[in-house]
Design a protein around this ligand. Structure first.
Ligand code: NAD
Length: 247
């Protein structure tokens, strides 16, 4: 098993890509600390656990720094370490620039950008003490290329890339084997993209060399590689997973 004995925190773990990753990580022997907003969805996730790993859950909002600190302390007390942090939680509040409400700007910045900062600032000291760890940040192709109607979202996903490269440099300064990478998915079939109209999806599929959207399990496979020791010499990278959309 590829994650045997590893303690892995995943945010946004109860839906879409995060859920696929939680189930896959458990299959690969990890202890998964699944963090999300809804108790109901987290309980469903635990019920679906294929094992042999454990899925332990926390109802956690990534904007709540106090709750994050409590969760991290609790995890270290219970499991003794944190090997992997997957900053996967994210939201959209799309609107064209001229119509975007300040509250929609703030909401997306708070979850997608500050949430990643909050989680990493709480977990990094543990990884520095261990001298080892892997942090995976979920960016997006729109963080690199922009997208109409996504001023707030693309700003956060570009910001995640900046933080990824900064942390790859900072957290390895004293020889620690802490790797920080970003994943940049294209269009993946999850509740997040369910809102996109059929007409736009058909046009989009035409533009994707592989002629289809991605499955959450395909992104989970990339998370798994970056979480495992198989990627031990990869850090500071932004890895696209988009069916070739950007080429
Ligand atoms: P999703 O909506 O299915 O899942 C996101 C999860 O994050 C939900 O369970 C939600 O409850 C949780 N969440 C939202 N706000 C939270 C908060 N404040 N604290 C904790 N949890 C919170 O979406 P998804 O498509 O699986 O997205 C996962 C990640 O992938 C996101 O960061 C998203 O931006 C990114 N992404 C998705 C796509 C795509 O096409 N689906 C493309 C590029 C990037």
């Amino acid at each position: 098993m590829r994650l045997s004995g590893k303690v892995c925190i995943i945010t946004g773990a109860a839906s879409g890509i995060g859920k696929a990753a939680s189930l896959l990580f458990s299959k690969e022997g990890a202890t998964v600390i699944a963090c999300d907003l809804s108790k109901e969805n987290l309980e469903l996730l635990v019920k679906e656990n294929p094992g042999p790993g454990i899925i332990d859950y926390y109802i956690l909002n990534v904007t709540d720094r106090e709750a994050i600190s409590k969760m991290v302390n609790d995890v270290v007390e219970k499991y003794g370490k944190i090997d992997v942090l997957v900053n996967n939680a994210g939201i959209t509040r799309d609107a064209l620039l001229l119509r975007m409400k300040e509250e929609d700007w703030d909401a997306v910045i708070n979850v997608n950008l500050k949430g990643v900062f909050n989680m990493t600032q709480a977990v990094a000291p543990i990884m520095l003490k261990q001298g080892k760890g892997s942090i995976i940040n979920t960016s997006s192709i729109v963080g690199v290329f922009g997208n109409i109607g996504q001023t707030n979202y693309s700003a956060t996903k570009a910001g995640v890339i900046g933080m990824t490269k900064t942390w790859a440099k900072e957290l390895s300064r004293k020889g620690a084997q802490i790797r920080v990478n970003a994943v940049a998915p294209g269009f993946i079939k999850t509740p997040m993209t369910e809102k996109v109209s059929e007409r736009i999806l058909t046009a989009l599929n035409e533009k994707i060399p592989l002629k289809r959207m991605g499955e959450p399990e395909e992104v989970a496979n990339l998370y798994l590689f970056l979480a495992s020791d198989e990627s031990s010499y990869i850090t500071g990278q932004v890895i696209g997973i988009d069916g070739g959309l950007v080429i």
